[in-house]
Design a protein around this ligand. Structure first.
Ligand SMILES: C=C(O[C@@H]1C=C(C(=O)O)C=C[C@H]1O)C(=O)O
Length: 432
């Protein structure tokens, strides 16, 4: 029998934080080096540290179990919330494996301190065992003093092959194209990993700061050793409204504005990319529908400009029929055809069969959930997993991941180049 969760007290008070437009990094500046938690975009969002509670589940298929155990924890949590906006009160940061059979499983971490910002409202939440709560909430000066340990650079970074060489990965893509022609699937997403070894121990805050600076329109996340900046929102659920930002169909940017505009125009007319995109939108719309009184699925995608790539993008929105947790929604939406394929089950089987990679929590749901079930879950892309440190020294090893959608017209060498473009954010994060 599992033990009942510990009784907790969550207290949220306003915080006087500098304005996000003048200093978008402030939230990240508060983080300690050890096990930082983050979900930040354009200076807004949540950061957290410490561990008031931890809920571990066996796999991504168990987001419902994570929801049930989070509800159980909330039943034993007293809340005093003086701010009352999404993200105040008790929250949990989470990350779940892509494949339910992966040993990586899933986790919800309830931090002992959360600092959040939403426009000009900022707050701090402390979550502590009953009877142990601080007499007064921490001030900004105290928070900054606690995070005073300087951020350190990783030094020289050596990259090497992950589970497959580049050539072997191209062979896997060629095999997938054959399977598509044979009718096994319409689309399958294949990923590869690259190993990085750093000269100095990895300070996750170094990575987060660089990602947030360069990829400011992405969600910069850090949960349990998984760090990245994802442009893809699996689901945001807030006061009965849901949105999912679907991406699929990609070209590399050239760095020249005129050329990039021409590429954006080409992308929005490319039948191969539009086909890839359509599968992803359809899978999201289909999964959201049962939970919604109404949905809106735009007919044509827009082009999302990121520093490294251009993506076809569609924002699918809906009005929820009744209260359902963002964890349940994330569980229903995952895996979308943007990271798995179409049809889902056949594509997942094909990935298991040919990809030769444990994706672990890459391409799985990552984000946060609040006490009312609202929350934001991204797809953990443009990310790396920091290997657990042995001893106190910190880790020197990371696995970087990238993948792309394969359809009948895909060419292996082009797909390899696309993965290289998608590895760029994490390579950039390690540099400097
Ligand atoms: C799988 C990744 O990206 C996904 C695949 C895309 C594509 O195939 O065009 C585009 C965006 C993401 O949905 C990744 O970044 O690793």
């Amino acid at each position: 029998m599992t033990q009942a969760p510990q009784r907790l007290v969550a207290r949220t008070t306003p915080l006087d934080l500098p304005d996000a437009t003048s200093d978008p990094a402030t939230l990240l500046d508060l983080l300690p080096r050890h096990a930082p938690l983050s979900w930040v975009r354009r200076g807004d969002g949540l950061v957290g540290w410490g561990e008031a509670a931890r809920i571990e589940v066996a796999s991504a298929a168990q987001l419902d179990e994570a929801h049930a155990r989070w509800a159980e924890q909330l039943g034993r949590t007293t809340t005093d919330d003086a701010v009352r906006v999404p993200g105040t009160g008790p929250v949990a940061f989470g990350s779940f494996a892509f494949d339910p059979t992966s040993p990586a499983g899933g986790v919800l971490v309830v931090p002992s301190v959360v600092v959040g910002r939403r426009g000009d409202v900022a707050w701090v939440t402390t979550i502590s065992p009953e009877g142990e709560q601080p007499a007064t909430p921490p001030t900004l000066t105290e928070l900054l003093a606690a995070a005073a340990e300087p951020v350190t650079a990783p030094g020289t970074v050596t990259l090497s092959d992950g589970s497959l060489t580049r050539e072997a990965w191209c062979d896997v893509v060629a095999r997938a194209v054959k399977e598509i022609h044979a009718g096994t699937v319409d689309k399958v997403v294949l990923a590869r990993d690259v190993h990085a070894r750093t000269e100095a121990p990895v300070d996750p805050r170094w990575l987060l700061g660089r990602l947030a600076d360069e990829y400011s329109t992405c969600w910069t996340f850090s949960v349990d050793g998984l760090v990245g900046a994802t442009p893809e929102l699996l689901v945001r659920s807030e006061r009965g409204l849901v949105i999912s930002r679907v991406l699929a169909g990609t070209v590399r940017r050239t760095g020249h504005d005129a050329d990039d505009l021409a590429r954006a125009a080409q992308l929005s007319h490319s039948s191969k990319d539009l086909e890839e995109h359509e599968y992803a939108v359809a899978s999201v719309a289909r999964s959201l529908e049962p939970f919604c009184a109404s949905t809106n699925v735009p007919e044509t995608p827009f082009v999302l400009h990121l520093p490294n790539v251009l993506h076809l993008a569609t924002d699918v929105t809906g009005v929820l029929a009744d209260g359902v947790s963002s964890l349940t929604l994330a569980g229903a939406l995952h895996p979308t055809a943007a990271v798995c394929g179409t049809p889902t089950d056949e594509a997942r089987e094909l990935i298991r069969h040919i990809e030769q990679l444990d994706r672990a929590r890459y391409a799985g749901p990552v984000g946060w959930v609040g006490a009312d079930g609202d929350g934001e879950w991204g797809i953990a892309l443009r990310s790396a997993e920091i290997a657990p440190a042995t001893g106190d020294a910190g880790s020197h090893d990371l696995r970087l991941f990238a993948g792309c959608g394969i359809v009948a017209a895909s060419v292996p060498a082009d797909e390899l180049a696309e993965t290289e473009a998608k590895l760029e954010p994490m390579r950039y994060a390690l540099g400097g």
